[in-house]
Design a protein around this ligand. Sequence first.
Ligand code: NI
Length: 222
Amino acid sequence: MMELSEKQADFVAATANFVQKTLKNAEGGHDWFHTQRVYKNAMLIAKGEKVDLFIVALGALLHDIADSKFYDGDETVGPKIAQDFLDQHKVEKRVTDHVILIIKNISFKGGNRAKEFDSTELQVVQDADRLDAIGAIGIARTFNYGGFKNRKLHDPEVKPRMDMDAETYKKSAAPTINHFYEKLLLLKDRMNTETARKIAEDRHKYMEGFLEQFYGEWEGSR
Ligand code: NI
């Protein structure tokens, strides 16, 4: 991993500033603090990989600059804001193009959509984002989102569905606990890098312990 030059480090700091301001009123699961955690995860994972650190840093900072669910599901808003910001600051086209591809391709949309682009930089940012979806933070974010969608915590009658395509997944009104089976518990096996895989193991065990405790309390046996 190469280090950032002084000029690059300055621009990364300016980008962090811009993102923090832009996400001032964002929802709790995708706010500045989420971005900050993803950035930290990404920097940690990047240490074990051969990547352009500048691209990883900018990709991590800009990956959730606009949450499509607040723009009528429009997924072009985020990449556009990022593109405008990078163009405005005359960032090299090679870097900007790569960062935009990261933003466009990072998301888990459910279903089995084929990957349209891949790079080690994308893999690092994707792992960093996925790590923030599991463990204690993942649990907190999941119930926060469930509350935002007015979903039940749990309903023993509604079984998890493993066959959802992207659209069904978005519209799903299933209880929040189901989300563990439909997404969160699958993430540890989807990590791209060794570093993320190791961290994911721990966070995965933590979620399994949480579910065990949850069902115990649900049944009144704990
Ligand atoms: Ni994210």
